[in-house]
Design a protein around this ligand. Structure first.
Ligand SMILES: O=C(O)CCC(=O)C(=O)O
Ligand SMILES: [Fe+2]
Length: 316
């Protein structure tokens, strides 16, 4: 099975019948593959291009400038991650990529930062104000798309419209920039190891290079070939948990770029408040198919998964 296409303009259309039909298509995609292309989103294309431009400028800076905001110096996991810092596939090579993570900025003395210091706190910003401005603007636009998407999912699952979005007041959603430099040698073809994402949904903007692959239900790796200005969306573990495995958090990976080729991508990991309780929704459990998982707190799960993939957090 290939990766289906969902039209965001139809998902949010004023006509009830157009909306309902697209919500059905979305529901099928979430159940059958857990991946889809989202086209006609409300994220302005010039903003997507600006983000791409700022990422190139950011990663092209001297190493010591990037190291000044090293993620290892941030207890709440914000800032720059060098090549080799993250290994998504616990059995494979380290990922051949460098990263930058930002999220909502909480002052260090905020009650939530005091209570959950590994998940809430300040960002480590790039020095260039234009880069920061573009990142913040993109964060807002992508979050607005995510909220509408989760509203459509709630409707598909016969829940209140705000069932998912009400768990996003002090959310820990992360915008990440990734640069995959040319691979060091022919053997090392691991851009990002096979993994599932941890949160509810991920909205990924990618350039035109390609390399992202998705494991379908027949256990085949399918290329998520870039479509210009489309966002690749996938279901994460928390949404799978919430839906009792009805919506699938699907494994994916990135093959490393070939010689001389640089790839840039921008995942937006949509993750709820630390204290949002994630437990089987009523429409996904029946007497024959009862809830499979114990309720969990969103933040506990994310923290557990981060600790498993980051060398500097491994002992936590
Ligand atoms: O770079 C990509 O295309 C995907 C990255 C990814 O899957 C991740 O960072 O979780
Ligand atoms: Fe991922």
């Amino acid at each position: 099975m290939s990766i289906p296409l969902i039209d965001f303009a139809k998902l949010t259309h004023e006509s009830d019948s157009i909306r309902q039909q697209e919500i059905k298509t979305l529901d099928t995609a979430c159940r059958e593959i857990g991946f889809f292309y989202l086209v006609n989103t409300s994220i302005p294309v010039p903003l997507m291009n600006a983000l791409m431009r700022e990422a190139k400028r950011f990663f092209a800076q001297p190493q010591d400038v990037k190291d000044a905001i090293d993620i290892r110096n941030s207890i709440n996991h914000r800032g720059y991650g060098n090549i080799g810092e993250e290994q998504l596939d616990e059995n494979g090579h380290a990922d051949w990529k460098e990263t930058f993570d930002m999220a909502l900025d909480f002052p260090a003395d905020h009650p939530l930062a005091a209570k959950y210091p590994k998940m809430y706190g300040p960002n480590q910003n790039p020095t260039d104000p234009t880069t920061v401005e573009v990142l913040q603007e993109y964060y807002v636009e992508a979050f607005s798309v995510a909220q509408k998407l989760m509203t459509a999912m709630a409707q598909a699952l016969s829940l209140e419209d705000n069932f998912f979005t009400s768990g996003f007041t002090n959310h820990v959603t992360v915008l990440r920039m990734i640069h995959y430099p040319p691979r060091p040698n022919a053997e090392h073809d691991n851009g990002a190891g096979a993994h599932t994402d941890y949160g509810c949904v991920t909205l990924l903007l990618q350039d035109q290079i390609g390399g992202l692959q998705v494991k379908n239900r027949d256990n085949e790796w399918v290329d998520a070939t870039p479509i210009e200005n489309a966002i690749v969306v996938n279901i994460g573990d928390l949404m799978q948990h919430w839906t009792n495995d009805e919506y699938v958090s699907t494994a994916h990976r990135v093959r490393a770029s070939t010689t001389d080729v640089h790839r840039y991508s921008f995942p937006f990991f949509v993750e709820p408040d630390y204290e949002t309780k994630v437990e089987c929704v009523p429409s996904c459990a029946t007497p024959e198919n009862p809830a499979k998982y114990e309720p969990i707190l969103g933040g506990e799960w994310i923290q557990y998964r981060l600790n498993a993939t980051y060398s500097y957090r491994a002992s936590e």
